[in-house]
Structures are given as C-alpha cells and as structure tokens.
Design a protein around this ligand. Sequence first.
Ligand code: SF4
Length: 148
Amino acid sequence: MILISACLAGVNCKYSGDNNYNEKVANLLKRGDAILVCPEQMGGLPTPRIGAEIRVVDGKRRVFMKDGTDVTEQFEKGAKEVLEIAKKVNATKAVLKSRSPSCGVGVIYDGTFTKTKIEGDGITTKLLRENGIEVISSDDFIEGKVNV
Ligand code: SF4
C-alpha cells in the first residue's frame, strides 16, 4: 500500500482551504493500492488554518504558525496517526507533498516565512522514514524522477 498526501488527490485539506491536485498522483488512487492521509487535519488542526513552518528551539524541532502559535503537539499527533494507519495497511511507500512542514521530503522552509528553503523532512515524513517507510517527494514523482 502507498500513502498519499490527501491534498494531492484534490481534498481541500490544505492550510488555505484549497488543495494541491495533481492528476498523476490522483491516478494512483485508481490502482486501488493507495490511501489518503492529511497529518495536519489528523492532528486536530482546523481547515483553513494559519500556515506553519519548522524552527529549531533549544536544539529541538518545533512547529509554529505564522502568528507564533506553537503547534508542535498537533503536528506530532498527526504524524503518529499517519504512522498507525501505515502499520495497519502495511504501507511500504508514501508520496507526500513537497516542502510541507508535515509532508515535505528532503526540503522544507526554514521557519522565517520568507519562502527560504533548507534541507530537512517534514514532521510526518521524518517519523515514517524512521519506521522504514520509503517517502517520495511529490515533485520527484510528478517529474518522473521516481516511480511507485
Ligand atoms: Fe497536504 Fe500534508 Fe498539508 Fe495535509 S498536511 S494539506 S496532506 S501537505
């Protein structure tokens, strides 16, 4: 089974209340071996919501909304929920939305809300990888750099 960021399949779960629909990703659902997840909603955050980015505070990664609200707890809860689902359905791979503070793979924003990119994984991606799940960035999948 493959986990997919729900916003890529057209679910309006993005912070803005919109989605990141991509036909190629959405087509994965038609194969019947994919399941949609949105860690930020599953962590209890509302939609729409204020955008968030990851910052390191006292050596630990924390997540803050643009207004300064600390939402680390919700992001971590969502990541754990996604991992539980992954275990239940024996998911071995995930195609997750590039650069998201939850779903980003290898590249995220730096916490200054200036669109500055840095190396790093989103909170959910990191947890999935630590648990042996291969996480593929949506950009790489859409551009055909990685197939699933
Ligand atoms: Fe999409 Fe992931 Fe953000 Fe949910 S948390 S809206 S699935 S990028």
